[in-house]
Write a protein that binds this ligand. Structure first.
Ligand code: FPP
Ligand code: K
Ligand code: ZN
Length: 496
């Protein structure tokens, strides 16, 4: 693979296959070298050969030739019906394959012949993303807490010490904490659960007494009380949409800050017989499971991988995953749906049925597996190797930062969630049900019984220098930050 340095552009040759007579059973690396050094790969199939493969409704010869050097990844059988969806998928494959076959970015390769994780470049990219933005970014003003969270989490996953950012984090979020509780996107903006989630996680990553004390927990309790709905779910903002992001974001904040489960007296849901934050929550999440096994934003909507993570994260805060996932979900159906999100031969995940691979789903879908494995009897039910290969080979931007797919620009969001997915692939976590039974089981303490088993020891495509830090499976920040925060608030009964 080291010899692959064809050209710098992400556009692939119009056709890259070898004729049937050349398909000798060579080891993948030798075979790849042969193909890359030969002009035959640009040869067209004869019309009759093409027709033959099209009539069969299976992978074309071209696709089958690619199989040879995409070791262990198989191309699924395709039907011959052409639609906008199938054509976009075909185009995407043509864009992605050269990055899996070769090394168009000319990155240094690891011992597996895969591009090394460009940590220095990604650190530089994220540090820059914490700086100033030109005017064209004004529309992202309400997402400022997110940009802080993605950047800090990405940096910490690469082992970068965040202490230089502590004072800035405290100052920034003190200004955008709303006087009535929760956080908005910026000074003067109304509180919103997504901004509040990103703000709290950023403060938790910064860590320390002054960071924790900057949060007004009593007002937070009131704000969250306003979001709780008679259905059992949560809205994202006052009179805003009720969806599963709200349920996950609210439970993350309630658990980390150890806020009482009892709703504040002024919570509107009380008029409907709801008295705690967890009332009817499990059954509301149940209703978000769609006919195909996936999870949707709200009952009746299309399933999406990002919502699957929110659902599993939320259920894992209200109790042990083994209990809550099996009580409230058709788990085999969800596992089936999640498995179908891993694209072949790309190796990365898409977010929903018949859509395209995208690096951010490395976390939204890839991050579901630790939780699922804690609840199901099976383990090793996802392909960590293929996902890591997509991230390292296709989702690193040449100049730093990570991306959706080749040809796209990097941003802090895709950088954070590609890295979270790679970390999830590299580490094995388990859940300590017996510890929870002995020591806890109340006040949303379920997410504090995760244990690190160690590094994944199966088929690897990463070496030591490509390894990332452990990331908490539920809170998506470092373990240490999670435990220090909850310890700080553990014995605080009073809210003021
Ligand atoms: C579709 O976008 C994306 C969605 C419907 C959901 C996005 C939500 C999240 C990524 C995160 C939610 C989580 C929290 C914690 C707030 P698209 O149509 O552009 O992408 P697609 O084609 O890949 O589906
Ligand atoms: K997308
Ligand atoms: Zn994306």
């Amino acid at each position: 693979m080291a010899t692959s340095n064809r050209d710098d552009s992400p556009s692939p040759p119009t056709s890259s296959f070898s004729s049937p007579s050349q398909q000798q059973p060579l080891p993948p690396s030798a075979r790849l070298e042969e193909i890359l050094n030969s002009d035959d790969r640009f040869e067209e199939l004869s019309d009759s050969e093409n027709d033959l493969y099209e009539d069969m409704g299976t992978a074309t010869l071209e696709e089958q030739a690619n199989i040879t050097y995409l070791d262990k990844i198989r191309i699924p059988i395709q039907d011959s019906l052409k639609t906008e969806t199938s054509e976009t998928q075909d185009e995407t494959l043509q864009i992605v394959l050269p990055f899996l076959e070769g090394n168009p970015n000319n990155f240094p390769l690891n011992i597996f012949g895969i591009p090394q994780l460009q940590k220095e470049k990604h650190v530089a990219f994220l540090k820059q993303s914490l700086g100033d933005y030109p005017g064209a970014f004004a529309m992202l003003d309400a997402s400022r807490p997110w940009m802080v969270y993605w950047s800090l989490q990405g940096l910490s996953s690469m082992g970068y010490d965040l202490s230089e950012y502590r004072d800035r984090v405290i100052h920034t979020f003190s200004l955008i904490q709303h006087p009535s509780g929760g956080y908005g996107g910026g000074f003067g903006q109304l509180p919103h659960l997504a901004a509040t989630y990103a703000a709290v996680l950023s403060i938790v990553m910064a860590g320390g007494t002054s960071a924790y004390e900057s949060i007004d927990r009593k007002n937070m309790w009131h704000f969250l009380g306003q979001m709780k709905q008679p259905s059992g779910g949560f809205t994202m903002a006052a009179a805003g949409e009720e969806d599963i992001r709200g349920a996950y974001c609210a439970l993350v904040v309630l658990s980390l800050l150890h806020i009482p489960l009892e709703l504040p007296p002024d919570a509107p849901a009380r008029a409907h017989g709801i008295t705690t934050f967890t009332d009817k929550l499990g059954s509301w999440i149940s209703a978000c499971q769609s006919f195909d096994g996936g999870m949707s934003a709200a009952p009746g909507n299309e399933a999406h991988g990002a919502y699957a993570f929110c659902a599993l994260g939320c259920l894992s805060i209200i109790g042990s995953p083994k209990r809550t996932l099996n009580d409230h979900l058709d788990l085999p159906a969800l596992i089936h749906w999640l498995s179908a999100r891993q694209c072949s031969p790309e190796g990365g995940y898409n977010g929903r049925t018949n859509k395209l691979v995208d690096g951010c789903y490395s976390h939204w879908v890839g991050g579901c597996w630790s939780i699922v494995e804690a609840a199901a009897s099976s383990s090793n039910i996802w392909n960590r190797t293929a996902l890591s290969r997509y991230i390292l080979a296709a989702a690193q931007f040449k100049k730093g930062g990570l991306i959706d797919k080749p040809g796209k620009r990097p941003d802090a969001y895709h950088t954070c969630y590609n890295l979270a997915g790679l970390s999830a692939a590299q580490h094995v976590y388990s859940y300590e049900d017996t510890m929870l039974e002995e020591l806890g089981g109340s006040e949303l303490d379920a997410p504090y019984y995760w244990k690190v088993e160690g590094l994944y020891e199966g088929d690897k495509v990463w070496e030591e220098s490509d390894e990332l830090e452990q990331v908490h499976p539920i809170f998506v920040v470092p373990f240490r930050a999670v435990h220090e925060c909850r310890r700080y608030f553990e014995d605080m009964r009073r809210l003021d």
